[in-house]
Design a protein around this ligand. Structure first.
Ligand code: TRP
Length: 375
């Protein structure tokens, strides 16, 4: 059996360099490797609504932003099926059945759900006398790992390329698959997670050196940023706060500009933009010794980032002028995704023996039972 990919993103903002190193770049490579029979890339709008109930406009608008980011990065609708989650209602039905295979306690133990509850400020103990106005946990949010299991299994995905934060979701999906198959017989496929391979790519810090790029922290470089935006953001990037004069020895670890170079620079970039150094290791060694100023390193980083982002910007500009076409791509993709999910749903219904009207054997069995009892 061929290998199948399913992955996706919540449309809550434009995609940034963190997404690019963490997932987008890899997806394009996987797409072009020819190693996969089918590839499904989903814009998870329904999942985005689980913690954006008050902000449906944001989700709706970001669907097209994310689609533009996908196409600009080189995801090709001829090779990958790009679709919108809410347009595949079969996913809801699958999730509805899976809900019976998961306990509340198990969901409460899901580490990603736990962290997100804290991040979102949802409270586990609200009561009527609560004057702090904290919000309770939306049921849809609490159960989204189950909906994610539906997303993955609907396409019989063998491979789910995602970041490390998604590991608990894949684990939970595997448990659901296991449980379903043991109750109803072999039906669903147990997926495997595919983590980013380069350690520097696991999590790209924000330009302020904080652990993660996040829109609310204002520390992102977006794929749609202009060359001038990128220049400004890199120029104010967090480096080594103790590296005050050029002569001072500098620290490379935890220095954001070097983390970015780890993630993006290649020997060809050095040849082209910084030929005095053969490699990143040489550049780092000079920085550690002292005598290398931040500005020189930053100029190099700007050149590297803009070289990577230029073709992405160009394609984005092209598709921005053809928004109707982008919606058509998503519409065609959603129809294909729906047909695939419907096949799996049919398998699931067959295994559960709830396809009552198509199951002639079942009807006969029941008829027989009543004929016998009335004799
Ligand atoms: N939870 C993912 C995120 O936060 C988005 C997502 C929804 C997803 N369903 C998925 C990822 C299925 C992989 C597989 O970005």
């Amino acid at each position: 059996m061929g290998k199948i990919i399913l992955t996706g993103d919540r449309p809550t903002g434009k995609l940034h360099l963190g997404h690019f190193v963490g997932s987008l770049r890899r997806r394009v490579e996987l797409q072009n490797s020819g190693e996969f029979e089918r590839i499904f890339i989903m814009i998870a709008d329904a999942q985005a609504l689980t913690d954006n109930a008050d902000n449906p406009d944001k989700v709706r608008q970001n669907i097209i932003e994310v689609a533009l980011d996908y196409l600009s990065c080189g995801l090709d609708p001829e090779k990958s099926t790009l679709f919108i989650q809410s347009q595949v209602p079969e996913l809801c039905e699958l999730a509805f059945y899976y809900m019976n295979l998961v306990t509340v306690q198990r969901l409460q133990r899901n580490p990603t759900v736990k962290t997100e509850i804290q991040l979102r400020g949802f409270s586990e103990n609200t009561n009527e006398g609560d004057t702090t106005q904290r919000q309770g946990i939306p049921v849809g949010f609490f159960t989204y790992p189950i909906s994610q299991a539906a997303d993955i299994t609907a396409f019989k995905a063998t491979t789910v390329p995602v970041g490390a934060d998604q590991e608990p979701m894949i684990e939970q999906t595997r448990e659901i698959v296991h449980k379903f198959n043991s109750v109803y017989g072999e039906t669903l496929v147990e997926p495997e997670i595919l983590l980013p391979d380069n350690a520097a790519c696991l999590r790209l810090p924000g330009t302020d050196g904080k652990a993660k790029m996040s829109k609310s922290l204002g520390n992102c470089i977006y794929l749609s940023d202009s060359a001038e935006d990128v220049r400004k953001k890199v120029m104010t990037m967090y480096t080594d706060p103790n590296h005050l004069r050029v002569e001072d020895p500098g620290q490379v670890e935890g220095n954001t500009m070097f983390t970015y170079l780890d993630a993006f620079s290649t020997p060809e970039h050095f040849e082209k933009y910084l030929p005095d150094y053969a490699s990143l290791d040489e550049l780092k060694a000079h920085y550690r010794r002292g005598g290398l100023g931040d500005v020189k390193v930053k100029r190099f980083l700007i050149a590297v980032l803009n070289e990577i982002l230029d073709p992405i910007r160009e394609r984005r500009h092209y598709f921005e002028q053809r928004i109707e076409e982008v919606y058509s791509v998503l519409e065609r993709g959603s129809a294909i995704a729906r047909a695939t999910a419907a096949e799996t749903l049919n398998d699931v219904r067959n295994s559960m023996r709830i396809n009552y009207f198509a199951d002639k054997e079942l009807i006969n069995e029941q008829a027989e039972r009543f004929r016998n009892s009335s004799n």
